[in-house]
Design a protein around this ligand. Sequence first.
Ligand SMILES: Cc1cc2nc3c(=O)[nH]c(=O)nc-3n(C[C@H](O)[C@H](O)[C@H](O)COP(=O)(O)O)c2cc1C
Length: 149
Amino acid sequence: MWTSPASPSSTRTSRATPPILPAVEAFRKKILEADCVLFASPEYNYSIPAPLKNAIDWASRPPNVFADKPAAIVSAAGGSAGKRMQYHLRQVGVFLDIHFINKPEVFILAHQPPRKFDGDGNLIDPKTKERLRELLLSLRAFTHRLGPS
Ligand SMILES: Cc1cc2nc3c(=O)[nH]c(=O)nc-3n(C[C@H](O)[C@H](O)[C@H](O)COP(=O)(O)O)c2cc1C
């Protein structure tokens, strides 16, 4: 579970790179060691929720640990199902040099029937589970195609 610290720039006391907290260092290490990354997020106000954006901003501090990583996105949100969040995230990924797979696109209408999640937030809808499986298989195949980073 990521507990978001203040943004990288708000901890800045000089022009030097801000200090990196142990939790941030551990988070950055996990990304660095990962073969690929799956972003799973709701959409807030047509965009990336602030805690996720903050986590991305920390990971992007030099050296940017997202550089050259294969990645995929799944969103679960209200009426938009997270489409705008996903396209904003892809835009951020251009600068961070993240290689997003294009297909399949998985947008989950979190609050419309059939019920997608149980009370603990576990995914329970079989069709959505299958879509997620296809997304992960596509990400795995793409990761193998890119080879070791
Ligand atoms: C501040 C806020 C803004 C939201 N903006 C959007 C939005 O722009 N598009 C959308 O589809 N859903 C939007 N939603 C709905 C959430 O994406 C959806 O309820 C999601 O399931 C919330 O997940 P969470 O409980 O993990 O934050 C918003 C919810 C909140 C709290």
